[in-house]
Design a binder for this molecule. Structure first.
Ligand code: NAD
Ligand code: UD1
Length: 303
């Protein structure tokens, strides 16, 4: 069995990945600074290194003896990227370069989290991996930067990588407590407390919401596809849901009527984001995805 480093393993997606790796009998080492993750999310049997992914020494030690690395640590909020441009840039791009540098010469494959935010609002839907990339946010620009440095990592330094462009991931353990949290965790939390929902803009903006279990399946399959051409894959369902439709769906599942307060639209936001899952299905061997209603039920049951 292999041993994997998971950066950001105390976070939402990372903790689900660690659980799956342990269930498959692998050794798991987690590097996390607990800035948005929680030690309570640590999976039993994993080794925890409290540290910052921007620190070369911490990265080199964390990579010692591992068979592969999943790089998920990041500041995952588009909005925080607008408010704290340089701080988020350091974690979202400089740390990825630091990781590739630490992996250099060691033959360690890296699967890293990119994002649908690389596309921006560039036209035809669904978005394919070959669609134009023109990020509208600092967060999206940094994720695109990760992909470009991954190409350098492969071409110049022989590091095998795969980038996964996650669309909007949701599920149990997604923290609803911060204003920077994902919309589904916030809507579920507020409706369970019968509080009003804030909707930014007209609510007609769409997102491709994908359940975290599907994302974990993609992460597991991706490690074997890491190579020096630095491939990237959309991780999405191909189905769009507007924020207003989402509010109605969650309200229905909670058995309440949603009170909606419209707020000004957020700056730097993408209007429509729906991806094509076809390439990931073909190359990663992924099957059909969990229906949004089933994923929401599982999320509400966890809350
Ligand atoms: P999360 O905030 O739950 O997890 C991120 C983890 O990284 C946390 O445990 C946090 O403590 C850790 N971290 C942050 N900065 C760090 C640093 N400097 N050093 C060490 N650890 C640090 O977020 P998530 O939703 O699980 O996102 C995981 C990855 O997936 C991120 O790279 C994110 O950008 C990407 N992504 C997420 C989504 C989504 O919808 N959630 C979509 C696209 C891409
Ligand atoms: C999300 C992810 C980001 C990822 C991207 C990929 C989070 C926090 N962000 O960004 O990491 O790279 O998907 O597509 O998981 N909204 C409301 N009311 C609220 C909260 C949000 O109307 O209370 C709206 C937003 O304005 C936006 C939509 O819901 O239109 C989704 O917002 P959010 O969950 O923050 O995600 P993204 O910005 O799409």
């Amino acid at each position: 069995m292999a041993t994997f480093l998971v950066t950001g393993g105390c976070g939402f997606i990372g903790s689900h990945l660690c659980a799956a790796l342990r269930a498959n009998g692998h050794g798991v080492r987690v590097l996390d600074d607990l800035s948005s993750g929680s030690e309570a999310n640590l999976v039993p049997g994993s080794t925890f290194l409290l540290g910052d992914v921007c620190q070369p020494m911490a990265l080199r030690e964390a990579l010692d003896g591992v068979d592969g690395c999943y790089h998920l640590a990041a500041i995952a909020s588009v909005q925080r990227g607008e408010r704290e441009w340089l701080v988020t840039h350091r974690t979202n791009l400089s740390a990825t370069v630091a990781l590739f540098e630490a992996a250099r010469g060691r033959g360690i494959p890296v699967v890293y989290a990119s994002s649908a935010a690389v596309y921006g609002s560039t036209g035809a839907l669904p978005l394919h991996e070959d669609s134009v990339v023109r990020p509208l946010s600092a967060y999206g620009a940094d994720k695109l930067g990760c992909e470009q440095h991954a190409r350098v990592a492969g071409h110049v330094h022989g590091i095998p990588t795969v980038g996964l462009r996650f669309f909007n991931v949701f599920g149990p353990r997604q923290d609803p407590t911060s204003p920077y949290s994902g919309v589904i965790s916030i809507f579920c939390d507020r409706l369970l407390r019968t509080q009003a929902l804030n909707i930014f803009g007209d609510g007609q903006q769409t997102r491709d919401f994908i359940f975290v279990e599907d994302v974990v399946r993609a992460l597991l399959a991706a490690m074997a596809r890491a190579d020096t051409t630095a491939p990237v894959f959309n991780i999405c369902t191909g189905q769009g849901t507007s924020v207003l439709q989402l509010a109605a769906l969650v309200a229905d599942l909670c058995g309440v009527k949603a009170e909606i307060i419209h707020q000004p639209a957020r700056a730097g936001e993408v209007r429509h984001s729906i991806g094509s899952p076809l390439r990931a299905r073909e190359y990663l061997g992924l099957g059909s995805t969990v229906a949004i209603r089933d994923g929401l039920e599982a999320t509400l049951a966890w809350m």
